[in-house]
Design a protein around this ligand. Structure first.
Ligand SMILES: [Zn+2]
Length: 173
């Protein structure tokens, strides 16, 4: 059974393993993750966040204007993703994370990114993303490499939230 993992859980700091085969089991994992993401009202969810150290994440932002809509149709699945061609231009936005409840901090990231990944059928696709969708993909991709958005904030901001991080660790231990 998949369950939400919180800051302090070592799985969030591991480099996740390649998905060797996209099969029915993978599709069941994706379906379960989509359910959990909906339940927690997230816009993205990576497998390590639900206890699976594999290179897979999902996102449900179709277009920025449609971000409040949740349907199976706009669920994007990324398996064994490779990110490339990050734009030189970056922008800043406050990010949050289901594994770090209550924390929202500004993170600078490239505005655009190209992703090559396998889809839910195991088929390779390549697509360029921008805006909130690109941000979400980079945030989730960080998860499968053991990186959290709080690793990308200023020292000053990190110091400021240190007590909140300690509280999360304690609460979910
Ligand atoms: Zn996250």
């Amino acid at each position: 059974m998949l369950s939400m993992r919180y800051f302090g859980d070592p799985i969030l700091r591991k480099r996740a393993k390649i998905v060797e085969k996209v099969d029915e089991e993978t599709r069941q994992i994706v379906a379960d993750m989509a359910e959990i993401m909906k339940q927690y009202r997230g816009i993205g969810l990576a497998a390590p966040q639900v206890g699976l150290s594999i290179r897979l994440f999902i996102s449900r932002i179709e277009k920025e204007s449609e971000e409040t809509k949740i349907s199976a149709d706009n669920l994007l699945v990324f398996i064994n993703p490779r990110l490339s061609e990050a734009s030189a231009k970056e922008d800043v936005m406050k990010e949050g994370c289901l594994s770090l409840p209550g924390i929202h901090e500004e993170v600078w990231r490239p505005e655009e990114i190209t992703v090559e990944a396998l889809d839910i059928h195991g088929k390779l696709f390549k697509k360029r993303f921008s805006g909130l969708q690109a941000r979400c993909i980079m945030h989730e991709n960080d998860h499968i490499n053991g990186t959290l958005f709080i690793d990308r904030i200023t020292m000053r901001a990190r110091t400021h939230i240190e007590h909140l991080l300690r509280a999360i660790k304690k609460k979910y231990k």
